[in-house]
Design a binder for this molecule. Structure first.
Ligand code: AFP
Length: 321
């Protein structure tokens, strides 16, 4: 078995600065995994609660945020962090070569019902490390990302990395307390039969999305279904299943969320980079996700990604209007 660190040595990845960040993410995720598996009932809450001393007990997204921030703040390679949990950017080492955007615990409303959650990371080079960090450093197109990572805390804990045009998956071995390469060189199947959308929103989405979803429900000549619908409500879990099996993930603009629900910089961009390096594409229905220039750090966007042929078919509905 090839361990996480051995893998990068074999790949001749001598970028020690980046390796340190990947190591932080791997180590942080081991702690989150332990907390999730600890069986402590207070960790199963989706909201902040009081303990018996009437003290505030942090909900898990805050715990996850603190775990990763603790690592990143000590890492001299990192000049700053943008997190879903913090309104403002967090300054790191003024001379750090990288900046990191993260959703430390995505899908956290699912924790109380024992459904998989994830952590998502987007890593950029800080072009001029000597110029002090500001919000605009995070307002970059997703195609400029150096590396993207997610961790999925599911039936096992896996870490997926997109780097140098490749995507690789590692599974956490609890006995060894180490990630090992289990899914080398992941490619998204060109075609799939899974569609993932929150159908509670279907009456307020673009007609193109509505029509595409209707097309997924068409039966074949034998009256059998052509597609299957799956929506967990944890982006990482929904995307991961579709990446491995073939499918499309859609979170469009809705009446509740007129600009979409998902965050561009630390949710959609890293997933879109992983999709790209795994051979596929992502769009908001109009423009490629990786080409979008964010205007604000917590910006939301509509998001479509998955198997090439499914994404192309959906986008063809927009072109035909
Ligand atoms: P939470 O982290 O607040 O649970 O949100 C999860 C999420 O951002 C993403 O993981 C899901 O795909 C999406 O929201 C689900 O949103 P809906 O509940 O509106 O379907």
């Amino acid at each position: 078995m090839i361990s996480f660190n051995t893998f990068f040595k074999k790949k001749n990845l001598h970028n020690r600065s980046l390796l340190k960040i990947l190591d932080n993410i791997a180590n942080g995720s081991k702690i989150i995994n332990e907390v999730l598996l600890s069986g402590d009932p207070k960790n199963l809450k989706s909201e902040n609660i009081k303990n018996i001393q009437n003290e505030d007990v942090q909900k898990l997204d805050v715990i996850a945020n603190n775990v990763f921030l603790d690592y990143f703040k000590k890492n001299k390679e990192i000049q700053g962090v943008l997190s879903e949990e913090n309104e403002n950017i967090i300054q790191g080492n003024p001379f750090g070569k990288y900046i990191v955007a993260m959703d430390p615990l995505d899908g956290s409303s699912n924790i109380s019902v024992n459904i998989p959650v994830g952590s998502i990371f987007s890593i950029y080079e800080k072009k001029d490390a000597s110029i002090s960090l500001c919000e605009s450093d995070f307002l970059k197109k997703g195609k400029e990302q150096k590396c993207a990572v997610y961790v999925l805390y599911g039936t096992s804990t896996i870490l997926i990395i997109a780097l140098n045009d490749e995507v690789h998956g590692f599974t956490l071995n609890l006995k060894e307390d180490e990630y090992f390469l289990t899914f080398p060189n992941i490619k998204i199947p060109e075609e799939g039969n899974i569609f993932s959308i929150n159908e509670g929103n279907i009456k307020s989405v673009d007609p193109e999305i509505f029509n595409y979803v209707e097309s997924c429900k068409e039966l074949d000549q034998n009256g059998k279904r052509t597609h299957t619908g799956r929506f967990i409500g944890s982006l990482v879990a929904d995307f991961h299943r579709n990446m491995m099996k073939g499918g499309i993930f859609i979170y469009p603009k809705t009446s509740d969320k007129p600009t979409g629900q998902l965050r561009l910089i630390y949710e959609c961009n890293p997933i879109a980079l992983i999709a790209k390096f795994a051979g596929s594409k992502s769009s908001d229905g109009n423009i490629a996700i990786l080409e979008k220039k964010p205007k604000s750090i917590h910006e939301r966007t509509a998001f479509i990604t998955g198997s090439n042929k499914m994404v192309d078919k959906l986008l063809s509905f927009y072109k035909n209007e």
